[in-house]
Write a protein that binds this ligand. Structure first.
Ligand SMILES: [Zn+2]
Length: 458
C-alpha cells in the first residue's frame, strides 16, 4: 500500500515547511533509537502476519531509489520478519522500517538505513539488486540480534553479526533460491586457507581481529550453516537455535550461553566444534590417502600359502575363499564373485529370512580406504562412492571417527559392485581448504608441458 506515492513525493519536494511540528515517539524494550525525515520520501507499507498478529513492513525512499525500491524493499522487510521469526521468536515490535540511504547499512530497533540506488536513467545491475536485498535482510535482521537478543557487540562482534549473517543467509535463499549469499562454507575457504599471521580465532575481542568481515560475519555464519546442514540436521539445529533466541531475548547472553544452549537443547556434544571453529584458526583438510582393493578368489594367495605352511596346514581339497590384494601377484581377471562359491550359496540359503534380508548378498569386493586428515579441524567424513554400474552412494561418518587417531583412519567398504571412484566432501560442505587429495583415484591432471614431453617420446 502506498501512503505517499511518487507523484505526491515529487509535489512535496518542491516546497519547504515554514512552521514546526513536534513528534513524540514511544517504544518499549528498545536499547537505541533513530528517526528519518524528508519531504522527498515515498512511503509504502504492507502488513505481515507473524503467527496471528500483524506487523507493518515499511519503506521510505526518494524517487531516486526507484524502480528498485518500490519493487523489493518492503517485500524484503516482510520476508525477513517471517523467516527470522520462524528461526527465533515472533517479532515483538509493531513495525520494521527500511530507509533508503546512500552507500551504507545501519541498524536500530525497528528502523534501519540501507543502500541501493539505480543509475539516473533507472537501470541497475543484478549486483546492485542483490546487494540491496542483502543489506535490507541483514539490517532488518539485526532487530533479532542484537536489538532483542542483546549481546555485547563490542566484546563479541560475532554474536550479533555472525548469528545475524547466518539467519540472513537462510532468509535470502528463501527470497531467491539462487541468491549468492557469500556466507556458505565454500565461501570461507579462501579466508581460512590464508596466511595464519593474519587470522585470529572468532573468539577474539571484536576490536582486535584481523579481517573483521570474514572473522566476525562470514566464518561464524558458515560454521552455523555447516552445523545445521551437515552436522546436526535442520530439525535439531532449529529447535536448539530457537531455544537460544527465546531463552535470551531481552537479556544479555555471552558466548558460553550460546554454546551451552545449543548443546543442552539438542542433547548433542558440540564441544569439538566450538573448540575448533571458534577458538582456533585451524582448517579442514580431509582426504583419501590410500585405497587397498581386495578380491575373492578360489586360488590360494601367497599370504595364505605362507600362513598354511607355518601351521602345517594343507590347503589342498578344501573349500576356501581367499582375499587377494590387487597387485599382490594377483590378476583381477581371476577374481570370483561370492555367488561363484557353491558352499557360500548353500550357507546363505540356509539362513532365516530375517538373516537373509540383513545380509542381502554376500559382498564380492572389499576396499580398505585410508582417510587422512592433514587439517587441524575434526569434521565428519562425507564420502561419495561411485560404482561400475553407474550408481552412487553416500556414506557419512561423524566427526567422532577421529577420536582414536586424528591423523588417519581406515574403513572397509564391502560391496557386491565394483567401486570406480570415491570423493570426499563432493558438495563442499565442510570448508575443506585442499581438495586435491579428496578423490580416489586421484584425477590425473597432465600439464601441457607433460603432454608435450609425452608426445616427443612417441
Ligand atoms: Zn550487521
Amino acid at each position: 500500500v502506498f501512503i505517499v506515492t511518487q507523484e505526491e513525493a515529487i509535489e512535496n519536494e518542491k516546497g519547504r515547511a515554514t512552521d514546526t511540528k513536534t513528534w513524540h515517539y514511544k517504544a518499549n524494550n528498545v536499547r537505541d533509537f533513530a528517526f528519518a525525515t524528508s519531504r522527498k520520501y515515498i512511503w509504502d507499507a504492507m502488513a505481515v502476519n507473524i503467527n496471528g498478529h500483524n506487523v507493518m513492513a515499511v519503506s521510505l525512499y526518494p524517487k531516486e531509489g526507484n524502480p528498485l525500491w518500490e519493487e523489493h524493499s518492503t517485500r524484503v522487510v516482510a520476508n525477513t520478519l517471517e523467516e527470522y521469526s520462524k528461526l527465533t521468536f515472533d517479532y515483538p515490535y509493531s513495525k520494521a522500517v527500511s530507509v533508503n540511504a546512500d552507500r551504507q547499512g545501519m541498524e536500530y530497533p525497528m528502523i534501519c538505513f540501507n543502500f541501493g540506488r539505480p543509475s539516473a536513467d533507472g537501470t541497475y545491475s543484478e549486483r546492485l539488486k542483490h546487494g540491496m536485498i542483502g543489506v535490507i535482510t541483514h539490517e532488518v535482521g539485526h532487530n533479532f540480534f542484537p536489538m532483542i537478543v542483546n549481546s555485547d557487540e563490542r566484546q563479541w562482534t560475532w554474536m550479533d553479526e555472525g548469528l545475524n549473517s547466518f539467519v540472513e543467509t537462510l532468509a535470502e535463499l528463501d527470497y531467491d533460491p539462487n541468491f549468492d549469499t557469500g556466507n556458505l562454507p565454500k565461501d570461507i575457504v579462501r579466508y581460512m586457507s590464508g596466511d595464519q599471521k593474519f587470522l585470529s580465532p572468532i573468539m577474539s575481542q571484536g576490536d582486535y581481529v584481523h579481517q573483521f568481515g570474514p572473522n566476525a560475519y562470514t566464518k561464524p555464519a558458515a560454521g552455523l550453516y555447516m552445523l545445521r546442514h551437515t552436522i546436526m540436521g535442520e530439525e535439531l539445529f532449529d529447535y536448539a537455535f530457537r531455544t537460544y533466541a527465546q531463552r535470551w531475548m531481552f537479556k544479555h547472553p555471552t558466548p558460553a550461553d550460546f554454546f551451552r544452549t545449543m548443546e543442552d537443547a539438542s542433547a548433542m556434544d558440540l564441544d569439538w566444534f566450538w573448540r575448533g571453529w571458534f577458538y582456533t584458526t585451524d582448517v579442514t583438510d580431509i582426504g583419501i590417502k590410500e585405497v587397498k582393493q581386495y578380491y575373492l578368489t578360489d586360488q590360494p594367495t601367497e599370504a595364505a600359502k605362507k600362513f598354511a605352511e607355518q601351521r602345517n596346514f594343507n590347503l589342498e581339497g578344501r573349500q576356501l575363499v581367499y582375499y587377494a590384494e590387487a597387485g599382490d601377484n594377483f590378476d583381477p581377471k581371476n577374481a570370483k564373485k561370492a555367488s561363484d562359491f557353491p558352499f557360500l550359496n548353500e550357507y546363505i540359503n540356509g539362513l532365516s529370512p530375517e538373516e537373509k534380508a540383513e545380509l542381502k548378498e554376500a559382498p564380492s569386493y572389499f576396499y580398505q580406504v585410508t582417510f587422512e586428515k592433514p587439517g587441524g579441524l575434526v569434521m565428519p567424513i562425507i564420502a561419495e562412492i561411485s560404482y561400475a554400474d553407474g550408481t552412487k552412494e553416500r556414506k557419512t561418518f561423524p566427526a567422532q571417527i577421529w577420536r582414536y587417531d586424528e591423523n588417519e583412519i581406515n574403513k572397509v567398504f564391502k560391496t557386491d559392485k565394483e567401486i570406480t571412484s570415491i570423493v570426499v566432501d563432493p558438495d563442499l560442505e565442510t570448508a575443506d581448504v585442499d581438495t586435491t587429495n579428496n578423490a580416489w583415484p586421484q584425477e590425473t591432471q597432465q600439464t601441457d608441458f607433460e603432454k608435450f614431453k609425452n608426445e616427443m617420446k612417441n
